[in-house]
Design a protein. Structure first.
Length: 145
């Protein structure tokens, strides 16, 4: 099912886990809002493919992937996606400078390039929060940037 010209529901729900990962109608609606308000417009601005590494996650999939163990995870709500492209730093800055978003995280990588970009979008109350995630002693730590 196409959510936009370049993004499908299938790619936003794909998982390497063999656990069920089927969003509810409300979660599908939130995924569509994320695509409409951030992913598709930034794809058009970027002009090159953007890969969704992780979008919607059921609670079981989120736990399996090491994500938040509570249903508050924006991945579990259908409000978040982890993205990868040929220039993740450029992608991060395009979203930061041109789009409304709730939270964006420079995930891993180094000072020049994140390993991937996490972005979330809510229908109301977007915080425009930018964070940097680094692993410290095997645990993820987050700082505001």
């Amino acid at each position: 099912m196409n959510l936009s010209k370049n993004f499908t529901l299938e790619e936003l729900t794909a998982t390497s886990s063999h656990l069920p990962n089927v969003p509810t109608p409300e979660q599908k609606e939130k995924l569509a809002e994320l695509v409409t308000n951030v992913l598709q417009p930034v794809r058009e601005m970027f002009g090159k493919p953007i890969t969704v590494n992780s979008g919607f996650r059921s609670l079981a999939v989120n736990k399996d992937k090491g994500g938040a163990l509570k249903p508050i995870s924006q991945h579990c709500k259908g409000e978040a996606a982890d993205l990868d492209c040929e220039d993740n730093a450029k992608l991060f800055h395009l979203i930061k400078d041109h789009f409304v978003f709730d939270q964006m995280i420079w995930e891993g990588g180094n000072d020049v390039q994140p390993a991937w970009v996490h972005v979330s979008y809510k229908t109301q109350g977007n915080r425009s929060e930018c964070l940097r995630m680094k692993k410290v002693n095997g645990k993820s730590t987050y700082t505001r940037i």
